[in-house]
Write a protein that binds this ligand. Structure first.
Ligand SMILES: [Zn+2]
Length: 499
């Protein structure tokens, strides 16, 4: 082929910037945090993310099947944490802008964004990103954006993008498939087969993260109806957004984005219908939980295996401290025999190591990292065991393997026995994903009367098989399902269930 033929190829740029921002977390998210998870520029983006089971992986794989020149910009993703620093945000934006400018003229732009990213000085990061991209590529060039369904979406973002689509599942098992869809929609836009018209509707509602599973109420019924709507061949995309309640912005909460082929009224009708449907199911979105003292009292009614006391407010996988001790205080106050809790507390670990095996000591444990996870609890206990905190997972397919590998390192660890309560103190916070975490230091999970787990959902694989019952607690923590604990300032009020 001659170079003249090559230059007439359809030119599609691709990129992504993803962050789920918990605006109440104090520690900001830096460029180093992006680099620690996923930060790729230019051709490195294609070689690293091609075939990945993620949204961008799906976009790339399908795009490569078309007769396009695929032009990578950047891909940046970091673990959920506090507000993205101004320096990090500026760097990511300027990389995107510069690389788009170098690639001009463009025929299309594919973007993977989260939807719940907040940067210093920018509450609507995704709209800002698309606005900046739009300013470079021009009005006639289609921009297709794939979102995480936990995004908080503004009307401005809906105006700026040609088509928005989102994952339909939580856990997000369809990210790759939706990435394929995004590239297919781009192909149809480039062939001028579609004239997208989008509508946006939002119920006055907040969903705690614990209520955003797509297989359960309230989202399951919305997705069931959305699936019927998608069968309409005038519909290009229906994005059912659950929102992310821990990002305090003026558009935080669930929303529906309906995109039709040149049928604006139809898009409006569908968006409104689904938004109203979600609002009608709002009561089922309210998790039921007990105060720690009531949960510990209730747990004593069960026999035949440990009761799992779920401390999802201190959900380590969601970025919390892992040192919330509310449930420990409740177990000690009620003189529980064989109750277990794991706390990340390097200071307490050091004290116990210094005291030595078999020593009795009084010390404050937990509640030390920030003001969000309750207060330290004073305990008097005996050091029953000391360990290096290294253990091999028992579960063959566990979440640890994907995050940490099969060998887990918790740092120096201590089994402190206070009355009848077993406290596993670790230097590093470690989610409750495998029973070997307790067993490695001598605590037998099966013979406990109750075990506190600091996780929303991920604990289930290891602990449900041995559990006699499960009780959700209303503890202090940055991932609390009790949204009245958070001092919102930007949120649009009134909103259910706060007002
Ligand atoms: Zn998500």
């Amino acid at each position: 082929m001659s170079s003249a033929t090559t230059s007439s190829l359809t030119r599609v740029a691709i990129g992504g910037i993803l962050h789920e921002t918990h605006t109440f977390m104090e520690k900001g998210t830096t460029l180093a945090d992006f680099a620690a998870q996923s930060l790729h520029f230019g051709d490195d983006l294609l070689s690293s993310m091609r075939g990945a089971r993620s949204g961008i992986g799906g976009m790339i794989d399908r795009a490569l099947e078309y007769d396009w020149q695929l032009l990578p910009t950047l891909y940046a993703a970091a673990m959920p944490a506090g507000v993205v620093t101004e320096a990090a945000y500026r760097k990511l934006l300027s990389e995107l802008r510069n690389r788009l400018a170098q690639r001009m003229p463009l025929d299309g732009l594919l973007l993977a964004l989260h939807g719940a990213m907040v940067a210093e000085g920018e509450l609507d990061a995704e709209a800002d990103i698309v606005a900046q991209a739009r300013a470079i590529v021009g009005d006639g060039v289609p921009i297709v954006v794939l979102l995480d369904m936990h995004g908080n979406i503004s009307p401005r973002l809906v105006e700026l993008a040609d088509v928005l689509l989102a994952y339909d599942t939580n856990p997000h098992i369809d990210a790759y498939a939706r990435g394929l869809d995004a590239a297919e929609i781009m192909a149809r836009l480039l062939r001028r087969e579609l004239q997208p018209t989008s509508a946006y509707a939002r119920p006055a509602l907040l969903l705690p993260a614990q209520s955003t599973g797509t297989e359960a109420a309230p989202l399951s019924s919305v997705h069931a109806r959305a699936a019927e709507i998608k069968a309409d061949d005038k519909v290009i995309s229906i994005a059912v957004m659950a929102g992310f309640a821990y990002a305090d912005t003026p558009f935080t909460g669930p929303s529906i984005i309906a995109t039709t082929d040149n049928q604006p009224q139809l898009a409006q009708n569908y968006a409104k219908e689904l938004s109203d449907l979600l609002y009608r199911h709002r009561q089922s979105a309210q998790p039921t939980f007990l105060q720690p003292a009531a949960a510990v009292a209730e747990a004593q009614r069960f026999t035949g295996g440990p009761v799992i006391l779920v401390d999802s407010a201190d959900n380590i996988g969601g970025g919390t401290t892992g040192d919330g001790a509310d449930a420990l205080a409740a177990m000690l106050a009620q003189n529980i025999q064989e109750g277990t809790i794991v706390l990340a507390d390097p200071e307490a670990v050091a004290l116990c190591w210094r005291a030595g095996l078999g020593t009795e000591l009084t010390l404050a444990v937990g509640g030390k990292v920030d003001d969000w996870h309750g207060k330290p609890v004073s305990v008097t206990g005996v050091v029953r065991a000391l360990s290096d905190g290294v253990f091999e997972c028992e579960l063959p397919d566990n979440h640890f393997a994907s995050f940490y590998g099969d060998t887990v390192h918790m740092g120096r660890s201590v089994w402190l026995r206070a009355g009848g309560v077993n406290i596993l103190l670790t230097e590093r916070k470690t989610p409750p994903l495998d029973l070997a975490q307790l067993r490695h230091i001598g605590i037998n999970p099966e013979t406990q009367s109750m075990i506190v787990v600091k996780s929303a959902v991920a604990w289930r694989a290891a602990y449900l098989p041995i559990a006699s019952a499960t009780i959700e607690m209303d503890t202090a923590g940055l991932c609390s399902a009790n949204l009245s604990r958070f001092p919102y300032q930007n949120l649009k009020r009134p909103v259910f269930p706060l007002d």
